[in-house]
Design a protein around this ligand. Structure first.
Ligand code: NAD
Length: 249
């Protein structure tokens, strides 16, 4: 119960890594706002969190919209009484070669995967400083914040920015008792992978165990990073990639 009396927001909480993070954080005692574009999915996960004995509220948000992220932060404090951090996790990919990538596709991925993290840190930290609340932000970066992938010009740009914003956020917020860290998942077995099973084996082969990573393995690292046991981890992005980056450098 290391996170007892902590109020956290999880974006992208309806599915994949976000859903598993909600369950892992609730198991450590946190009360949660499960925020997602998919409200029905968020309500389902909030019910699962309540079944674990924690308080949970669902909130519909488009994290690419500043006003909606600000409203999400206000909702958490109104409904659950305080705020101790956000798992800025919601994200999308739109695979397209650089030669084919139109501005709308480029900007959508930057808006959802990059600007959302700025909004979460900005509005979340302002609220915490106002309340005098301490806590942690965890951002979802990616192995593709470090290495290039074909068709991922937009995603590579956004996730590299998440790694950078994690560093600067930590630097500026430490004096307020707020840590900022990130995870860089490898290839995770979530709906983001799509329906085509043939893409999975070549991705799995890039991990040391030759298998995709299950989302609960990312969630357990995320939940640890929110606890005081991870107090000395700050500004860093932790790979959860079964050795992918170790193969590359
Ligand atoms: N799956 C992977 O291999 C992998 C690898 C590295 C990083 N990631 C990152 O992990 C994060 C979670 O992805 P996942 O694999 O769990 O995918 P997922 O598709 O299972 O979950 C993503 C969730 O985000 C929500 N979402 C999407 N756009 C949104 C928006 N604009 N506003 C609010 N919610 C929105 C979706 O509704 C969904 O519930 C993403 O940031 C993704 O880039 C995933």
């Amino acid at each position: 119960m290391e996170l007892k009396d902590h109020v956290l927001i999880v974006t992208g909480g309806a599915s994949g890594i976000g859903r598993e993070a909600c369950l892992a954080l609730a198991a450590k005692g946190a009360d949660l706002v499960v925020a997602d574009f998919n409200l029905a999915g968020a309500e389902q996960v909030a019910a699962e969190v309540q079944a674990l004995g924690r308080r949970a509220k669902a909130f519909k948000v488009d994290v690419s919209k500043a006003a909606e992220v600000k409203a999400m932060v206000d909702f958490a404090v109104d409904q659950l009484g305080t705020l101790n951090g956000i798992f800025n996790n919601a994200g999308i990919s739109k695979v397209q070669s650089l030669l084919e990538m139109d501005p709308a596709s480029y900007h959508r991925v930057i808006d959802v995967d990059q600007h959302s993290v700025y909004y979460g840190l900005h509005y979340g930290a302002r609220k915490m400083v106002e309340l005098g609340a301490k806590g942690t932000f965890v951002n979802t970066a990616s192995i593709f914040g470090y290495v290039a992938a074909r068709g991922s010009f937009n995603y590579n740009a956004a996730k590299s920015a998440v790694v950078a914003m994690t560093r600067t956020g930590a630097l500026e917020l430490a004096e307020h008792g707020i840590r900022v860290v990130a995870v860089a998942p490898g290839f995770i077995d979530t709906p983001m992978m799509g329906e085509d099973p043939s893409i999975k084996p070549p991705l799995a082969a890039q991990h040391m165990h030759n298998t995709l990573i299950q989302p609960e393995k990312v969630a357990s690292v995320v939940a640890f990073l929110f606890t005081d046991a991870a107090q000395a981890v700050n500004g860093s992005t932790v790979p959860v990639d079964d050795g992918f980056l170790a193969f590359k450098v």
